[in-house]
Design a protein around this ligand. Structure first.
Ligand code: NAD
Ligand code: TYD
Length: 362
């Protein structure tokens, strides 16, 4: 049996893209440990569900007994840790789950991974990797004129989500320096692509615009985000896993900064072209400024020199082309959209957005 990679959170947005691409490109076995929260969707992985190289373990990363058993049974050569609570707005309304999964869950994985790693022989220990997938949000908001963050920039997380990811990053590094666990950390910019839950900006705007509903832009919409295609992120994760130096952190980003309004306007232009029969044309008439997110970070920007020079990684997809593919994917998968936007998704929209946006859902 070829060595296995254990992925946590593999039924989520990045996780399912990662697993599908991994099985296509690397072809070695994958075990997916996922709790299937509202953001986890096993149907994303239906193409590999019956593949003998794929195994699914339904469970919580905070369940240390289950994590211990899974490591002992599957004997992975690496752990790719993607499981997390990920939506900033939800973290503002209820931070508890974020502290539990992102901090306590990461701690549980580290503790059990260390115990497992200590049972390996010397060559297996040297080859083992714990890859922790993190975010640019740990650096907090960057002034407009400030240089992009480097891997040694100071952490200044502003939202409960960012603070929980920052805490996890610190724990992962501590396990390397204190116990020698061979960890890797990636801090990545905002991703877009297929399978992203439509609470996040890009899919929410695509689906609302297509349906002729308001496009709720927080505040003035001049906040800057660095965007990248999820496929480019997954390629970077495979490369860091294969060639990254243990104990190191790598930034992954598109080096492509856009104001939110620019991104929403681009989505509208793509839909004007692709869906001229939609209820409201041009789609940008639907843009509606709503109350800003509390503590909303104005700008994220990552310096990606390290991964570009050390590992020769480059993002392949240009923003407009990647967004066009993403818009097309959402248009071609109404059944997927229907499944994920029924039930609790509606409750979230009703809780979070102002009356006008809520009414359109009735
Ligand atoms: P997502 O919200 O789409 O998916 C998260 C997955 O984790 C889901 O399948 C969910 O069921 C699972 N999960 C949640 N809690 C769990 C628990 N306690 N035990 C086991 N499984 C659990 O998230 P995503 O956007 O795919 O993000 C994946 C990772 O990448 C996260 O760690 C996130 O912080 C990081 N990241 C995301 C982005 C982005 O733009 N999406 C950018 C940078 C970093
Ligand atoms: P989001 O996709 O939630 O990612 P993050 O907060 O992790 O960067 O949001 C991206 C940007 O879009 C962020 O600045 C908040 C903004 N935004 C809106 O303006 N309206 C919305 O309805 C959402 C969900 C986000």
């Amino acid at each position: 049996m070829e060595p296995t990679v254990l992925v946590t959170g593999g039924a989520g947005f990045i996780g399912s893209n990662f697993i599908l691409e991994w099985m296509e490109q690397e072809g070695t076995p994958v075990v997916n440990l996922d709790k299937l929260t509202y953001a986890g969707n096993p149907s994303n992985l239906e193409n590999v569900a019956k593949d003998s190289r794929y195994r699914f373990v339904h469970g919580d990363i905070c369940d240390c007994d289950l994590v211990r058993q899974t490591l002992a049974q599957q004997r992975p050569r690496a752990l790719v840790h993607l499981a997390a609570e990920t939506h900033v707005d939800r973290s503002i309304r209820g931070p508890e789950d974020f502290i539990r999964t992102n901090v306590e869950g990461t701690f549980c994985l580290l503790r059990e991974a260390l115990t497992y790693w200590q049972t390996l022989d010397a060559s297996e220990q040297a080859a083992f990797r714990f890859l922790h997938v993190s975010t640019d949000e740990v650096y907090g908001s960057l002034p407009a004129e400030a240089a992009p963050c480097r891997e040694n920039s100071a952490y200044a997380p502003a939202s409960p989500y960012a603070a929980s990811k920052a805490a996890a990053d610190h724990l992962v590094r501590a396990y390397h320096w204190t116990y020698g666990l061979p960890v890797l950390i990636t801090n990545c910019a905002n991703n877009y692509g297929r399978f992203q839950f439509p609470e996040k900006l890009v899919p929410l705007m695509i689906l609302h615009a297509h349906a002729g509903k308001s496009l709720p832009v927080y505040g003035d919409g001049l906040q800057v985000r660095d965007w990248m295609a999820v496929t480019d992120h997954c390629a970077a994760l495979r490369l860091v896993l294969a060639r990254g130096r243990a104990g190191e952190t790598y930034h992954v980003g598109g080096s492509l900064q856009r104001r939110n309004l620019e991104t929403v306007e681009l989505i509208c232009r793509l839909l004007d072209e692709l869906c001229p029969q939609d209820p409201v044309i041009p789609h940008d008439q639907l843009i509606t400024h709503v109350d800003d997110r509390p503590g909303h970070d104005r700008r994220y920007a990552l310096d990606t020199t390290k991964i570009r020079t050390e590992l020769k990684w480059r993002p392949k997809l240009r923003f407009e082309e990647g967004l066009r593919q993403t818009v097309n994917w959402y248009l071609q998968h109404p059944q997927w959209v229907q499944e994920v936007t029924s039930g609790s998704y509606r409750d979230w929209i009703a809780l979070h957005y102002p009356q006008q946006v809520r009414d359109e859902l009735r």
